[in-house]
Design a binder for this molecule. Structure first.
Ligand SMILES: Nc1ncnc2c1ncn2[C@@H]1O[C@H](COP(=O)(O)OP(=O)(O)O)[C@@H](O)[C@H]1O
Ligand SMILES: Nc1ccn([C@@H]2O[C@H](COP(=O)(O)OP(=O)(O)O)[C@@H](O)[C@H]2O)c(=O)n1
Ligand SMILES: [Mg+2]
Length: 209
């Protein structure tokens, strides 16, 4: 079921070339609870969580030559060119001993999606989609308190526009391929996770209550 990460694009570090990996894309609007639920999935199902946003923020902190560009794009709620984000994701996959990854917040537009497929050859097993009304997402982002430069109402509105215009079409694309597992994300964290568990538990392991 796994696919192969090609050896292209590796930079100077010597890394394993043909690693078979299982990837699940975790998508949904800003504040829909992607990161929160990924933490739960990691604990229960042994995946490694790769947040595209976290990787980009770490890249800014590391003093990378792309740092200023990434920082400006995040403040404007814009999507960083896929070349940058894919390099970070590839490196994280190749450096990690695990073979099962949750990729959170990626792909966020058609360019992200097509380039990742082309560069890595990886097709997701499925797409976990957290469906949440905008009013609830706005409330959560304004209360997130992680000191993020983009959790202010002005940037949040821009992020919602980008989500509607660029990210939802990617979810639609996977939906048309039968790959989307949609979760009602407006409920409390524990209830959302019950629905997530049902997606991750193989049908033959589900026991009637
Ligand atoms: N089901 C939920 N109900 C209420 N608040 C939630 C829920 N899930 C997450 N949160 C809170 O909402 C904020 C955004 O969640 P987060 O997981 O960071 O979302 P995302 O990664 O999709 O932006 C955080 O402060 C988190 O604690
Ligand atoms: N694939 C991605 C993911 C995030 N990002 C940038 O990082 C920001 C924060 O992404 P995030 O996934 O951490 O945000 P949340 O959806 O978790 O609130 C986005 O608004 C984009 O500016 C990107 O450019 N490309
Ligand atoms: Mg997040």
């Amino acid at each position: 079921m796994g696919t192969v990460v090609e050896s292209a694009n590796q930079g100077a570090v010597s890394l394993p070339t043909n690693k078979k990996v299982t990837v699940i894309f975790v998508l949904g609007g800003p504040g829909s609870g992607k990161g929160t639920q990924c933490t739960n999935i990691v604990e229960h199902f042994g995946y490694t969580h790769l947040s595209a946003g976290d990787l980009l923020r770490a890249e800014i902190k590391s003093g990378s030559e792309n740092g200023t560009m990434i920082s400006n794009m995040i403040k404007e709620g814009k999507i960083v060119p896929s070349e940058v984000t894919i390099k970070l994701l590839q490196r994280a996959i190749q450096e990690n001993g695990n073979d099962k990854f949750l990729i959170d917040g990626f792909p966020r537009n058609e360019e992200n999606r097509a380039a990742f497929e082309l560069v890595t050859g990886i097709e997701p097993e499925f797409v976990l989609f957290f469906d949440c009304p905008e009013a609830e997402m706005e409330k959560r982002l304004l209360g997130r308190n992680q000191g993020r430069e983009d959790d202010n109402i002005e940037t949040i509105r821009k992020r919602f526009n980008v989500y509607m215009e660029s990210s939802l079409p990617v979810i639609e694309y996977y939906n048309s391929k039968g790959k989307v597992r949609k979760i009602d994300a407006v409920k409390p964290v524990e209830e959302v996770f019950e629905a997530v568990k049902a997606v991750f538990t193989p049908a033959n392991e589900k026991v009637a209550a």
